[in-house]
Design a protein. Sequence first.
Length: 262
Amino acid sequence: MHFRAIRSILGNRELIWEMALRDLKGRNKGAFLGYMWLVISPLIQVAAFVVIVSLVFKIRLHPGAGSFDYALYVLSGMIPWQIITKSLQESTSLIRERIDWAKQVIYPIETLPLTELLVSSLGSMVTLSIFAILALVTGHFRWTYFLFPLALLPLLMLVLGVSWIFSIVGVIIKDLREVVTIALGLLVYLSPVLMSESMVGKRIWGYILWNPLTHPIICFRDVFSSNFHIWSWIIFLSMALVAFKLGWWVVTRTKLLINEYI
């Protein structure tokens, strides 16, 4: 099943790329700086965050930690979190907002989440760039950063699988976007994006580990900090495989029935 999904993705790679460029042009149409806003906006937000938490409030990850350690810690968690939240939120209305395309049976609707994933990942790539520069400047850059694709690939599989499901369910349940947005907004406070075990204690950290989105973040931080949490990797990889296979099954079984609900 997953081999057919991979063949479909590779076979439609040019279409996916062209539609991503089309979406980018549409979102920045008429803007004076055009595509530059795709970099400027997240750049300003992330830079402001680093300055505020590190130099203004002087938040420390733990006693004895460096000035920018907490900022690096949060940024490393924001990279996967931004990909997850932006892609899943947008996936809920992908088909409904592209009704004319979806009605054409020949159009591969399974490529829609991939198009959105490319567009939504731009902000997280800016965050990654700032994180890498800050790590270099502060002496925290490690060789394991080059293993970044090992964490990115299962994340993309996870997000794509869930996005396939949400894009189909979103055709029937129009309030899904609001539900997903609220849920993700709450889950960030039950995840290690902003907090560490030393900050909350073992008891609360135990509850945080029940959040399924905790484990992708831990795995990304493993790459950035040269650690290895075996159970988080097992859970993360299992989630990615199950979501990818289930999402592909849902989208291929229902694509011919979508017109009944549009």
